[in-house]
Design a protein around this ligand. Sequence first.
Ligand code: SR1
Ligand code: MG
Length: 423
Amino acid sequence: MAIATPEGYRALSEHTVTAFLAELPAIRDRLGGDPGAWRVREVGDGNLNLVFLVEGPEGSVCVKQALPYVRLVGESWPLGLERARFEWEALRIQHRLAPERVPEPLHFDEQLYAIVMERLAPHIIMRKGMIAATVYPRFSEQIAEFLARTLYFTSDLGMKAAEKKKLLELFAPNVELCKITEDLIFTDPYMEHERNRWTSPQLDDAARAIREDLPLKRAVAWLKLKFLSEAQALIHGDLHTGSIMVTPDDTRVIDPEFAFMGPIGFDVGKLLGNLLMSHASQPGHEARPGERADYQEWILATVQEVWNGFERRFLELWRRRPEGDAFPTAHFTGPDGERALEAARRTFVRRIFTDSLGYAGTSMIRRTLGLAHNADMETIPDPDRRAACERRNLALARELVVEAEQFADIASVADRARIVARG
Ligand code: SR1
Ligand code: MG
């Protein structure tokens, strides 16, 4: 049975996207020439949407359209089109806060639920680059800047309460996408569920151990509660290496359709978890043992630079631009007041750190045992080698979730990842 969609909605195709764009004067000018000669390719390889790249003689654009179902699963899993509007709003806010790190949003079509944005070239999806062992020397500083600015300026530290409440109102209805996260990340992998899948039979025992692991399930339940209830900042909501496009010089964050007011550590942790998962996957891509050892070290250096860079920038913003209503500066005057405030800042970022480790761990577990997996592991053809990498990934993930408080700093996390990866 066809899924009901609002009047005027139709899924675009490589044949119809040109006519849609030709009706938009600013986009038509940007592409230039005769629309009949524009080149169109559908390139969507994510779990949910259609993505078209359109090139004209003067320029190019990217069109992202929501489908009324989960593309990964098919029409049996209907999904609301409104997610495109949340993505559009988040894209505009993130572009304002970090203009160099986000593609320029150009147009939102209310009927087609389609976003037209700057086309990024020659950027590629970071996950693909990491599977090919490509080093991105500017990535850690650039993503740390994105994280610090987008999260600080939408929190009660960097934004007035009245403005923040408007963001709460705007993003609170993004219920369906939050529910995907609540189910797929925090619920399904810890119980028997028809959506779960893993490398079987090699990981059957590991999946069972996770289902029976009460300390782990208790820690995950706390993280789920925080995700449900802690509206700290406007988070991207799906910040993995598939939501980042890169060149060796440039980093851009795409795809914020899961955006809502949630815990800061969810964005930071999802990213760290995906980097650590790439680290665990590298031996599976080696033609000779040890061939990717240097690349693994680059990943671990990146993990540390991302956290340290984020923490440093976030603290700097708090010291220089205390524009929110939390921690009134009038309460913290004089040397004692400044010391007390600095101690509070340190406490705050320490809490974000432990949250991030927990969310990193849950991201690593869901991509191994839940519905949606990562190409980092899935492209390892030999199931025994893949399972060996996945097993080590699960071992580290469990430690990050259950023992988050025990890690003194991000260097200890990198040390632990190095040891676990040696098996
Ligand atoms: C059904 S959607 C599966 C996953 O794809 C997205 O990347 C999100 O991570 C979501 O959980
Ligand atoms: Mg996505």
